[in-house]
Unconditional design. Structure first.
Length: 375
C-alpha cells in the first residue's frame, strides 16, 4: 500500500511544479519572448503619463490594423521608426536631439526634422512678404555657428506665411554623422530670411519650441532605420480579409472536458489542418506599461491532421504530397505523415516607449499565421 502511495506521489510531482520552478519557467519564457522582439530587457514605463506624438500614432494606424498586423508594408522605409522630442530647451531656433538609444547596428535610411509653424506675426508698413526662406543648418562649431565653417546647410526652401502646421526637412546626412561620432552632435540651427535671403527683423515666421509650447507641437526628429532583422518570408500585401477575423480570445482559456473515449489529442488528429486563434495579451504578460499599441494580437496557430490523400484545400507542397503517399503505402520505415504548419506569415507592428521615453514604431516579421497547410 505504501509503495502504491509513493508511486502516485512520484507520478503527481511533475504535474504540480513548485512556485519557484513556475516563476523560473515564466522568467525564462519572457526572456525568450523579449529576444523575439529584439530586446534584452523590457523598457521601464514612463515615469508620468505621456501622450505619444500624433505623427507616430497616425503612422501606426496607416501601417497596421487595430491588432498591429501590417496592412500596408510599402509605407515604412526599413523596419523601425524612431521619434525624438527636443528636450534640451536651447535658444530658440536651435535644436539638439539626444540619439543615444539608436543601436549601433541600425542603418539610418532617412532622417526628418519636423517643426510646427506658428501663425505669422502681424506686419506693419506697406512691405508684406507672402513667403520666407527657411534654412536648416548642421552646427559644426557649438560656440560660433555663424563663423566661417561653423555650420553646414542641410535644407532650404520657401515657406508660406499663411496659416500654421508642420514643416518637414530632410537632414539624413547630419544624423548619419552623429550616429558615427556621437561627440559631433552639436545640434541644428534654423534661420528665417526674406525670399532673396535678405534679413528679416523680427522674422515674421516662428516655429514652436520645446520650451514654450504644447507637447504636441514640440520640435521632433524622426528616423527611419533598419536593424537588419528579417524573417524567412517576404513582405506580404497585408492581412487577408477574405474570411471573418476570429476575435482575440482571453489569454486564459478553459478547455472543455470531452465525454467519451476520445481524448483531445485524438480528436485533433481527426480534424483537418486549419488555423485556430492564439491570443497574445501584452497586459497579461506585464508589458502594457510601455507598449502603446496594440494591447495584444492574434498570432493564430495551425492544428489538425494531414490525411492521405491530400486535397488542394490542404495547400500541400509537392514534397508533402510525396511524403503522404510514401507514408500511406508504407514504402519506407519511419516516414510520418506531413505536418500542419503555417504556410503564410504576416508581420506585426509595435508602437512603444523605449528606455529614454522616446516613441518607437517597429515592425516584426513572421509573427502571425496567415494560413495553414500540410508540409
Amino acid at each position: 500500500m505504501l509503495g502504491t502511495v509513493l508511486l502516485l506521489l512520484a507520478l503527481a510531482k511533475p504535474l504540480c511544479p513548485s512556485p519557484a520552478g513556475a516563476a523560473s519557467r515564466r522568467a525564462e519564457a519572457l526572456k525568450r519572448l523579449l529576444e523575439v522582439f529584439g530586446m534584452e530587457d523590457p523598457p521601464p514605463p514612463p515615469a508620468h503619463f505621456k501622450q505619444p506624438p500624433q505623427y507616430m500614432v497616425d503612422l501606426f494606424n496607416t501601417v497596421a490594423n487595430a491588432d498591429g498586423v501590417t496592412k500596408n508594408p510599402d509605407i515604412l522605409e526599413g523596419n523601425t521608426v524612431r521619434s525624438f522630442l527636443e528636450k534640451t530647451h536651447r535658444e530658440k531656433m536651435q535644436f539638439l536631439f539626444v540619439l543615444s538609444s539608436v543601436a549601433k547596428n541600425e542603418k539610418i535610411l532617412t532622417a526628418e526634422l519636423h517643426l510646427f509653424r506658428l501663425w505669422p506675426r502681424a506686419t506693419e508698413g506697406p512691405k508684406r512678404h507672402h513667403f520666407c526662406q527657411v534654412s536648416v543648418y548642421q552646427v559644426l562649431e557649438k560656440n560660433e555657428p555663424d563663423a566661417p565653417g561653423g555650420k553646414k546647410l542641410l535644407a532650404a526652401r520657401l515657406v508660406s506665411l499663411q496659416g500654421s502646421g508642420w514643416e518637414v526637412f530632410a537632414i539624413t546626412q547630419a544624423v548619419r554623422d552623429w550616429t558615427e561620432d556621437e561627440s559631433s552632435n552639436q545640434g541644428l540651427l534654423v534661420t528665417v530670411q526674406g525670399p532673396g535671403g535678405s534679413p528679416l527683423d523680427p522674422p515674421p515666421l516662428q516655429f514652436a519650441s520645446g520650451r514654450d509650447h504644447h507637447e504636441s507641437k514640440k520640435p521632433m526628429l524622426v528616423l527611419f532605420t533598419d536593424d537588419g532583422r528579417r524573417g524567412a518570408s517576404p513582405p506580404m500585401a497585408g492581412f487577408p480579409d477574405l474570411q471573418p477575423r476570429a476575435p482575440i480570445l482571453p489569454a486564459k482559456m478553459s478547455v472543455p472536458k470531452l465525454t467519451g473515449p476520445r481524448s483531445t489529442r485524438s480528436l485533433d488528429r481527426l480534424q483537418p489542418c486549419q488555423r485556430h486563434p492564439l491570443s497574445v495579451d501584452f497586459e497579461e504578460i506585464g508589458w502594457s506599461g510601455w507598449i502603446i499599441s496594440p494591447r495584444g494580437y492574434n498570432a493564430y496557430h495551425c492544428k489538425g491532421s494531414c490525411p492521405f490523400p491530400l486535397g488542394e484545400n490542404m495547400r500541400p507542397t509537392n514534397h508533402a504530397t510525396v511524403q503522404s503517399i510514401i507514408n500511406a503505402l508504407k514504402l519506407s520505415e519511419g516516414v510520418s505523415s506531413p505536418c500542419c504548419v503555417p504556410d503564410k506569415l504576416y508581420s506585426i507592428n509595435l508602437l512603444y516607449f523605449d528606455d529614454d521615453e522616446n516613441v518607437v514604431l517597429k515592425q516584426y516579421d513572421d509573427m502571425v499565421a496567415g494560413s495553414c497547410g500540410c508540409h
